[in-house]
Design a protein around this ligand. Structure first.
Ligand SMILES: Nc1ncnc2c1ncn2[C@@H]1O[C@H](COP(=O)(O)OP(=O)(O)O)[C@@H](O)[C@H]1O
Ligand SMILES: [Mg+2]
Length: 366
């Protein structure tokens, strides 16, 4: 799967620009604040139908404009797709080959993309919520049903919490109907998370060891707010029963996938607490590299890679690892940098010099 071309209208710093991409390497360079990251963000939105960082849609619209448009042609094994996204304030419309996509979760996972971002360090050092979101987004890019389930779960959770917030007179019976729904959807959410953590663990361990050349062991662990075991439904039901008094006193639901934690470990130590800046960066790099393998093993597909300004952040060893990996990568790559010399990729590629929201393309051979 390859992104062949892109047209932007009023997307962040781009008033109007067109891009025709190389099917291997696209090197995007320029001074700071010129629009390099904005371009990757547009590519990500087009392929994943969501931004790669948490932003409001209106931030993506050029200041002073009323809507942003991202249009692209994507080559896939099934043929050539045209995707057209319009962002207007809170509204987002997606057209796929001229047809309106009513339910975006249906289109999710159609294309695969892995983004290496400077902010990835937050995955390691940030809050449990950041990691939970990361895991869910990773899963629903592979299995869109996960998103549907997660949304249902949150709806049911709100209903249950609304009853609990009424206070002391709440009885277990009055929660029953929501409990049932929570258990059904919540246990599926948890099972999927456990399944993907299990798939990811050996990939991450191997890549972390390869990239750091050390014996350090990286791992991840899903800590459910109750012991999920083999029968997640039964365990969830039991823990809802057990926490009834507490839930009533607090006025909200205190157990379930919305409280669960994903933790990262290096040599058995919790990375969010103990990892150094350098270790956190390495961990994040290995995590993203593992996603590539996960997509390969789960879907048999090669994702598009986006790398935003990552080279300057890495030490010599990791840079070698990264470019070694990229050299052997069969798919399409978009990489941004302020210094093209730092990008150690050989062969034919397209470069885009970005200045004030305009792009100057060139076909080069290195
Ligand atoms: N909604 C917007 N409207 C207009 N300009 C924007 C908008 N969002 C961001 N920008 C501008 O985009 C520039 C940053 O672009 P960015 O892609 O992050 O630069 P870099 O080349 O350093 O990666 C800044 O000058 C910022 O003001
Ligand atoms: Mg940038």
């Amino acid at each position: 799967m390859k992104l062949r071309s892109l047209t932007l209208r009023n997307f962040r710093s781009y008033a109007a620009e067109n891009f025709a991409f190389h099917d291997r390497v696209n090197l995007i360079y320029g001074e700071n604040a010129q629009g390099k990251t904005n371009l990757l963000e547009a590519v990500h939105f087009l392929l994943a139908f969501r931004p790669f960082r948490q932003v409001k849609h209106e931030e993506l619209i050029t200041i002073g404009a009323s809507e942003a448009r991202i249009k692209g042609e994507i080559e896939s094994p099934a043929g050539l797709d045209e995707v057209h996204i319009v962002l207007g304030g809170e509204k987002r419309t997606i057209k796929l080959n001229g047809k309106l996509v009513y339910n975006a979760s249906k289109a999710l996972g159609r294309y695969n993309v892995v983004a290496f971002l400077p902010s990835d360090i937050e995955l390691v050092k940030g809050s449990p919520q950041t990691r939970r979101r990361y895991l869910d987004a990773l899963i629903f890019s592979l299995e869109p049903a996960h998103l549907t389930e997660l949304r249902k779960y949150h709806r049911f959770l709100m209903q249950r919490n609304a009853i609990l917030s009424k206070g002391r007179n709440v009885t277990p019976e009055s929660l029953e109907i929501w409990d049932e729904k929570l258990i059904e959807t919540g246990s599926r959410v948890i099972s999927r998370r456990l399944e993907y953590v299990k798939k990811m663990t050996p990939l991450l361990a191997r890549i972390y060891a390869d990239s750091s050349g050390s014996r350090s062991e990286a791992s991840l662990r899903y800590a459910a707010s109750f012991a999920a075991g083999d029968d997640a439904e039964a365990a969830y039901a039991e823990s809802l029963r057990a926490s009834f008094a507490k839930d009533r006193a607090r006025g909200h639901t205190t157990v379930g996938p919305h409280r669960d934690n994903l933790s990262f470990f290096i040599d058995g130590r919790d990375a969010s607490v103990y990892a150094s800046q350098g270790e956190s960066k390495n961990f994040a790099l290995a995590l993203r590299a593992s996603e590539i393998d996960l997509i390969k093993t789960t879907l048999g597909k090669t994702p598009v890679l986006l790398l935003d300004d990552v080279t300057s952040e890495l030490d010599e060893r990791r840079r070698k690892f990264l470019f070694g990996m990229l050299a052997g990568f069969p798919g399409q790559i978009f990489i941004t940098t302020t210094d093209p010399e730092e990008v150690l990729l050989k062969g034919e590629m397209k470069t885009f010099r970005i200045r004030k929201g305009r792009a100057e393309p060139a076909l080069v051979k290195r």
